[in-house]
Design a protein around this ligand. Sequence first.
Ligand code: SF4
Ligand code: SF4
Length: 175
Amino acid sequence: MLIPWTKIRSWDCMACGDCCKYFTINIKYEDWVKIINKHGTWAISPGVREFYIKRRPDGRCVFQHNLIGKWVCELQDVKPGICKRWPFRIYRKPRRGKGKDAIFQYRNENFYVYLESFCKGIQYGYPSTKFVKQVIPEFIEIYLGNLKNQVNSTSKIFNYLLHPQIPQVMPRRIL
Ligand code: SF4
Ligand code: SF4
């Protein structure tokens, strides 16, 4: 179910890994090219109009791995757009009604922002400043295809592993 952003206090990945287990991972041509250039073709199945990342027998994406009890994605530098955007759904038009509770103005444009209720990283309530000023704008930049390096839309675990000298709270987000 889609939840409009105004009902959500904050979002931070709990590293449960369920999204990479229970959802179909259909990727676009440009993502396919990036992945096969780096990892070869073994992990991708062709579809009619899209490509699909294969799953293990337990349903998990073949690029998902367990790291100190958290689930991490191996494709950080070539992660497909569908994975970068999860669990956000961003549209130019509202999904239902007039979308007053989903409208988000960013750089003088209107977007309609929702989150998938399936995600365990959602905390409901009045939107926090960080959620409004940092998290949602970053997901909109991903939606627009502008973002190269994920910060607030991905796991803190990678910042922690890459820059352990920077003091920070133990990471929780993996995707
Ligand atoms: S994005 Fe949500 S569903 Fe996916 S691993 Fe994080 S908390 Fe779990
Ligand atoms: S985020 Fe990574 S592990 Fe998860 S579905 Fe996408 S490619 Fe697979």
